[in-house]
Design a protein around this ligand. Structure first.
Ligand code: RAM
Length: 882
């Protein structure tokens, strides 16, 4: 068989549950051991039962043979999909010679509750006294009986707050912090779990634990009760019996409730858990409620927002770390070093007499050998407290809180711990792994690892800035500058589709995208604390255009452009309305945030980003065939460019502010006419050189610094910056033992120790946006906007610096792309992998020595020889000697 089908996805997920899209999109990956293989046609079948598909009957949809080379994001076009129904599907393709493949394996998907009126339950919980600073967790239960054989059982549930569900004593699903963070005033996500394997004949019991979460617990610096006061649960278990009948067990006042071991559990304030107060068997049938005084649950007010199925991947434990060291402090406590700054919590295993109180504190750094550095947490308490029940070995983990830490201090142990006593549970939105890079330089490899860990730690339901202090907000500027890096490291398509909903929920009526999403009252809080504050920070709000564009480029996702088109247009129009002669005013509050002695003037920054958003929007309009918008916004981009030069560039080519960032943005956003580009390039080079060969860029400039240098013939300078390990540089923190990206270039320095603890996170990914350059330029794996999603890809490696080899892989929607190179005595050897059903343009540096069969020469561009290849593996060799 020349072509084999795998990785069947619906809306970018394998076997998804609870879809709400009426026309979901199908994708698959093709494999073949033949070069230049591609799909010439496909046929999709969707059925309500596997049996149908086995006989080649797609009772909902049989696309028939469609002549097309499209194998990703193909829209369903069959009979209407029904609420809560389960479906299966398969696909067959024809290869380039018209030979059909075998049918793929059968895959499945299910629909969510497609109308708000399908929710039959009541919101239940317990009214919380608003004066209670840290309310206890609430335990809820409900017994029911099953008297006929079950065919399918599906649980739909959600909460205002955070929840865990149990069925017959087993945890339902492996999600943490469900339903995830949204602006609950507008929308709340619900979860869908297939629990067919958990229900049993006879007595059954559902149990739920409810915590405050983002809904009513502490959020950011703004304090608690951001959305409400009393957490509430909504759930419905849909039972389908073999005999065709159905049943519904929904949340209502027949449920009972009680408090339990969770004395409190707050995102920012940690947890207090008294194991002595556990209710053995509370989530199983037959539990004696009367003996333990469970009360009827209260019905809480009806929810006014919209319930939507969870879009983003759930938060999960994705790894468990063992400490690398344990030692005893002078105080008698024990300290553990996990060897990695991480986000999640500690699983503690210990024993001791009943009533023993144990505290676990967490920090990213040490002040000295015996003391955690916790002043940078501000008001957050990274502390969990446990009271032992005293029945032998106890395993303790918090429920509704998370911490950012590498070091752990445990106090109160009555027995000497070992390295086994502590496990670091790594927790984040479970975005699938998609890319990796390795180089010949261990320092760069550590930087790559730090970037990945920064992403893991901070992508937790929303892209947060940091995981430790009382902040942890969805800062949009950080999100946009890092998204391209992020989308190489992991498949973030769903994660950012959800975040775009948060962004548009928070867009102001006037059209401004926020600094922070979901909205949690941050802007109002800020206005109370400073005199005046801009609602539209450049580089932050622009995330509203940059994110959809990036998802389109990386995943060929047109829907994200369609769904957000009006919102993006409102943003660009808002910028125009708030500009004067197309120059944006001087109120970009953050500037090039955390640059080093190089303040970029706000008006220059804001006008540059205004141009960039306009440019991207005009392209987006073009993609969607909205020609009129495409023309008028592209023309507007041209006029903003003119305004930029007129307003900010003097006759010697100096741009106002004269920082590295002003030139980087002007070059990368294409703001300069050709005849003025070379002076900007020269000036950028000079600024770096006169700064001792160091960068000075902040959050915004840093992302485009190496791309701007590389695209303008200064790749050696880009490599010099990459390899630098003196302050400020990427490797400076690596040299000082960093295992994540620091918020600031000077989070800790030889010359002044720790920075101001008021803002000093050691796990902030923004300065790690250099990862994009590593994938796109160093390894040279890039998308082509003309055929996005890597349907046609660009391999344009850029050897340089001290590197003797680079190996990169990226799992695209079409399959694995590889680009690895090695330099030896001026001999450059490139080995690439191009997925089936795609083509690649290869830009080979140097003089070609060996060109593989099947590579068709296209010409030369910027000193590189260009070839085009079909799928397969190819080796190129060239000579770099001049
Ligand atoms: C800080 C955040 C974030 C940044 C803003 C401007 O408080 O940590 O990273 O985007 O400020």
């Amino acid at each position: 068989m020349s072509i084999v089908i795998s990785r069947l996805r619906v809306d970018s997920m394998e076997q998804p549950l609870g879809l709400e899209t009426r026309q979901p999109r199908f994708s698959w990956v093709l494999d073949s051991n033949r070069r230049s293989e591609r799909q010439s046609a496909y046929r999709i079948m969707v059925a309500s039962a596997v049996e149908g598909l086995q006989q080649d009957i797609g009772d909902l949809w049989d696309s028939g043979k469609i002549t097309s080379d499209r194998s990703v994001q193909i829209r369903y076009a069959g009979a209407p999909l029904q609420s809560a129904a389960a479906y299966c599907w398969k696909v067959q393709v024809w290869d380039r010679n018209g030979v059909p493949s075998d049918w793929s394996p059968v895959a499945s998907f299910s629909m969510g509750l497609l109308g708000q009126d399908e929710w039959k339950g009541e919101w239940i919980g317990k009214t919380v006294d608003p004066a209670l600073e840290l309310p206890p967790g609430l335990y809820l239960r409900k017994e029911f009986a099953i008297d006929r054989p079950i065919k399918r059982a599906v649980l739909y549930s959600t909460a205002l707050g955070v929840y865990e569900m149990y069925l017959n004593g087993s945890r339902v699903g492996d999600h943490y912090f469900a339903p995830g963070w949204t602006d609950y005033a507008v929308r709340t996500q619900y979860q869908t779990y297939d629990v067919t394997g958990l229900v049993q004949a006879g007595g059954n019991a559902l149990g739920a634990v409810l915590g405050t979460g983002w809904y009513s617990g502490h959020v950011g610096m703004m304090g608690r009760h951001r959305y409400g006061i009393s957490p509430a649960l909504l759930s419905q278990l849909q039972l389908e019996y073999e005999d065709g009948t159905t049943d519904l067990i929904s949340s209502d006042r027949s449920w009972t409730m009680n408090s339990g071991p969770i004395q409190y559990s707050d995102m920012l304030m940690g947890e207090w858990y008294d194991a002595g107060l556990e209710w053995p068997g509370w989530n199983e049938p037959g539990f004696d409620e009367a003996a333990s005084h469970w009360q009827r649950a209260e019905q809480l007010p009806r929810y006014g927002g919209r319930l939507v199925s969870q879009i983003d991947p759930p938060v999960r434990i994705t790894e468990s770390l063992k400490p690398v060291k344990v030692w005893r402090s002078e105080r008698g406590s024990y300290l553990f070093d996990l060897g990695q700054n991480m986000v999640g919590w500690v699983k503690l295993q210990t024993s001791g007499p009943a009533g023993t109180r144990i505290t676990v504190r967490h920090a990213e750094m040490l002040e000295d050998d015996d003391n955690l550095y916790t002043v940078n947490l501000r008001k957050a308490e990274q502390k969990d407290t446990y009271i032992l029940k005293g029945n032998g070995l106890e395993t303790l983990e918090p429920h509704f809180t998370f911490h950012g830490f590498r070091y752990v201090e445990v106090e109160g142990l009555t027995e000497e711990p070992t390295l086994e006593s502590v496990t670091g549970q790594v927790v984040h939105s479970d975005t699938p792994h998609s890319g990796s890079i390795e180089t010949s330089d261990p320092m760069i490899n550590q930087l790559i690892s730090n970037i990945r860990w920064g992403q893991r730690g901070n992508y937790l339901s929303v892209p947060t800035d940091c995981p430790q202090r009382d902040e942890r907000l969805g800062w949009t500027g950080d999100a946009q500058i890092f998204i391209r890096t992020a989308s190489y490291n992991m498949d973030v398509s769903r994660f950012f589709t959800k975040f775009m909903a948060d962004m548009t929920d928070a867009q102001t009526e006037a059209g401004a995208f926020p600094d922070v999403a979901p909205d949690a009252g941050w802007f109002e809080w800020k206005q109370e604390h400073v005199q005046w504050f801009a609602p539209d920070n450049s580089g932050w709000g622009d995330a509203g255009v940059i994110i959809p564009w990036t998802l389109y480029l990386m995943y060929e996702d047109r829907s994200i452009l369609e769904e957000n088109y009006d919102a993006m247009k409102r943003w660009v129009d808002y910028l125009k309305a708030n500009s004067s002669r197309l120059v944006r005013p001087d109120y970009a509050n953050y500037g090039d945030w955390l640059s080093i002695n190089a303040d970029t003037p706000n008006d220059v920054l804001a006008t540059a980003y205004f141009a960039y958003s306009t440019l991207l929007f005009s392209r987006i309009a073009g993609v969607l065939g909205r020609e009129e918008d495409a023309c008028s916004y592209s023309e507007q981009y041209g006029r903003i460019r003119e305004a930029f030069v007129r307003e900010f560039m003097d006759e010697n080519g100096i741009i106002k502010g004269d920082t590295q960032t002003v030139y980087v943005l002007a070059l990368y956003f294409g703001l300069l006419p050709d005849d003025q580009k070379s002076s900007a390039i020269r000036r950028l080079e000079q600024l770096i050189q006169s700064n001792g060969g160091h960068l000075s860029t902040g959050f915004l400039g840093v992302g485009y610094l190496l791309p701007a240098l590389t695209e303008n013939g200064l790749e050696e300078l880009a490599y010099d910056l990459l390899h630098k390990d003196t302050f400020p540089s990427w490797l400076y923190s690596v040299k000082h033992g960093a295992t994540t990206i620091w918020e600031r270039w000077d989070g800790w320095t030889d010359h002044s120790g720790f920075q101001n603890p008021g803002m000093n996170s050691f796990n902030h990914y923004s300065l790690g946006s250099v990862g994009e350059w590593m994938y796109r330029y160093m390894a040279g794996i890039d998308a082509d906007p003309e055929q996005p999603g890597f349907k046609h890809l660009v391999i344009k490696p850029c050897p340089g610096g001290k590197l003797t080899y680079v190996k990169a892989q990226y799992e695209s929607s079409y399959g694995t792309i590889g680009s690895s190179w090695r330099v030896d005595n001026g001999r450059f050897a490139l080995s690439i992998t191009v997925p089936v059903n795609t083509t690649a343009a290869v830009h080979l540096p140097g003089q070609p020595v060996q060109v593989p069969e099947g590579a068709e020469k296209l010409g030369e561009e910027q000193g590189k020889h260009r070839y085009v290849v079909g799928s397969g593996q190819y080796e190129f060799v060239s000579s770099l000697n001049k």
